[in-house]
Write a protein that binds this ligand. Structure first.
Ligand SMILES: Nc1ncnc2c1ncn2[C@@H]1O[C@H](COP(=O)(O)OP(=O)(O)OP(=O)(O)O)[C@@H](O)[C@H]1O
Length: 583
């Protein structure tokens, strides 16, 4: 939820009704003036969650469109109640979806297709068509076209009044690919102002909700009458040399909030688990603020040497304590004109908390051992992985300081709740690690992407980055296979890793994978089969002098599957010559 200057989280019940409004007895109580007393109702049943506007003054919108009737919510939907914005995040469904409504039936079908694609290593893509307006004429012409064109294995239908979903098994999502290119052209011919977005499994996601969310943001990024692939729904922020990838809809909203906050002088409190990207968020506030050209001083409050916390923060006079041989400016003073980032602010001892509060109130500091006050001109951005409110209740953190620092609070979601960003960040970190080691690029095998998508990431983005650094240094071949990943990433006896929200129906049914087998140990059967397939494909390519159609025919594999698998194996066939480049 993004309300005013802060973001927070609201968990929907597994089943029941949630009244959204500005006054009691609302279950989701919003203070923003733009919200009506009784604004909307969210109904959660085993068929999913739906939102209904209750005749509110400023309306309820989903993805920028006014809600009419009961609107089904999908993961990644951006929901607004007046000026309050929420991003919908689906938890894994443990209940079977009753196949009554079109969108639910489609999603259930997609789940089955994702399962099949992952289980048998088959290509699968989804295509989302976003209509400029939910006009019935456009809808009918698209429907007529689809009925005439749809292949037997394809499923098509409306996600909502403005979004059409096509599930395309055996399509890998390559631009201009046979089957996909014509379909997109035909759709755009029927609906010239629509936007198209595509996403492929497992490259862009390993579960149905993620694939649809990715394809929808790609469609949003496309120009009217154009198509965009998943990568175009991703933003790379270049913050004075720091590169931050943002693809998850909640992260996009949060970065938009950070940009708005940057324009003010408010202190910002960034909350989230360790390694989730809090420092990047703090730096973004600094970079986009009028202080952007000033210093950004990051202070890890948990790492300040005990007994020296105050002199480190506020500086000291010569002789203030044993060892203070010279007068020294503290970290706050060195952030003059810029921003001080107080990481792990919850770890500050009580005396430093009191002194910090005073410094922020009077905008002056006093060095340890000094009596003079010195003016400071800085902005504070603090971060914590703790629940500071609970720390206040427990008497470990000053309430007045909490109020001061937390004027605007931004809660960053953990990586396991941003499934879209896992493959993106993994590829990005891996590619950078390869460049810095001066080695050729590595490719993440489909099963490796699947394992990454199921991992719970307790160390969040940092854990993923470290893993990719390790993989770049340790893997000798061209492809990162699941057995290259550390054993903790994989479940015992082939069970999926217990990613609490990440495991899907498809995931649970996927084939067993084991990792971390010692050298010389037998490979799991699935992997042995992949090795064999790879060898046969390479032999066939050699025998066919690099001509893929011939090679595929030699081993009796459909050409589409052959080129999809080559791509997954990281074999680049030069255009024109069509011969493998990596063997
Ligand atoms: N969206 C992103 N794109 C690229 N890199 C990222 C992203 N988010 C985090 N990282 C990288 O992941 C690592 C951890 O991020 P960061 O230090 O910001 O996390 P943190 O929440 O401040 O961690 P801690 O809780 O330990 O202080 C850094 O190397 C950071 O650059």
């Amino acid at each position: 939820m993004m309300e005013g200057d802060s973001s927070w989280r609201f968990a929907l019940p597994a089943e029941g009704s949630v009244l959204v409004g500005r006054e009691e007895p609302a279950d989701l109580l919003l203070k923003d003036e733009s919200v009506s007393r009784r604004h909307a109702r969210i109904l959660v049943t085993e068929e999913g969650a739906r939102v209904v506007d209750l005749g509110s003054h400023n309306g309820t919108q989903v993805n920028g469109r006014q809600v009419e009737g009961a609107h089904l919510l999908l993961s990644g939907d951006v929901l607004s109640f007046g000026g309050v914005v929420a991003v919908v995040r689906a938890r894994a469904r443990s209940v079977t979806v009753r196949r009554t409504l079109e969108a639910e039936r489609l999603m259930a079908h997609l789940r089955e297709e994702v399962d099949r694609a992952l289980r048998y290593g088959r290509p699968l893509s989804v295509l989302v068509l976003a209509l400029p307006e939910p006009v019935s004429g456009g809808r009918e012409s698209v429907e007529a076209l689809l009925t005439a064109e749809a292949g037997p294995a394809e499923a098509v239908g409306w996600l909502d009044a403005a979004h059409l979903l096509c599930v395309l098994p055996e399509v890998s999502g390559e631009p201009g690919e046979e089957g996909l290119g014509e379909r997109m052209e035909a759709l755009l011919a029927a609906c010239p102002r629509a936007r198209l977005g595509t996403a492929a499994c497992p490259t862009d996601g390993c579960d149905a909700d993620t694939l649809v969310a990715v394809a929808r943001s790609a469609a949003q990024a496309a120009k009217p009458g154009r198509a965009a692939a998943a990568a175009e729904g991703t933003t790379r922020l270049d913050l004075a040399g720091r590169s931050v990838l943002v693809a998850d809809p909640a992260m996009s909203q949060l970065y938009a909030l950070l940009r708005r906050l940057a324009a003010s002088e408010l202190p910002v409190l960034v909350c989230g688990e360790t390694g989730v990207g809090k420092e990047n968020a703090a730096f973004a506030v600094h970079h986009w603020s009028r202080r952007g050209s000033g210093p950004f001083i990051a202070v890890n409050c948990a790492a300040l040497p005990e007994g020296l916390v105050e002199s480190e923060l506020f500086g000291n006079e010569k002789g203030a304590f044993t060892g203070a041989t010279t007068a020294r400016a503290g970290l706050l003073e060195s952030a003059q004109g810029g921003t001080v980032f107080l990481d792990e602010v919850g770890e500050l001892p009580a005396s430093a908390q009191a002194k910090l509060l005073r410094a922020l109130e009077v905008r002056r500091i006093t060095r340890v051992g000094d009596t003079r006050e010195r003016p400071i001109d800085l902005r504070v951005v603090a971060a914590t992985h703790r629940d500071l409110e609970a720390e206040v209740v427990a008497g470990r953190f000053r309430q007045d300081l909490y109020f001061r620092l937390g004027a605007a609070t931004v809660l960053l979601p953990p990586l396991r709740e941003r499934p879209r960003e896992v493959p993106l960040l993994a590829r990005d970190f891996l590619s950078r690690a390869c460049v810095s080691l001066g080695r050729p690029e590595l490719v993440l095998a489909a099963d490796t992407l699947l394992a990454l998508s199921r991992h719970a990431w307790p160390g969040n983005v940092r854990e993923l980055r470290n893993l990719m650094d390790y993989v770049a240094a340790a893997v000798a071949g061209d492809v990162v296979e699941p057995h290259h990943l550390p054993p903790r990433m994989m479940g015992r006896k082939g069970a999926a890793a217990p990613g609490p929200e990440g495991a899907t129906e498809a995931g649970r049914a996927a084939p067993a994978m084991e990792a971390g087998a010692p050298e010389g140990a037998r490979l799991p059967l699935a992997q042995e089969l992949r090795e064999l397939e790879r060898r046969r494909m390479m032999e066939a390519l050699e025998a066919a002098e690099g001509v893929q159609t011939k090679a595929a025919a030699l081993i009796g594999m459909p050409i589409r599957t052959f080129s999809f698998k080559l791509k997954q194996l990281g074999v680049q066939v030069k255009p024109g010559r069509r011969s493998p480049a990596t063997e």
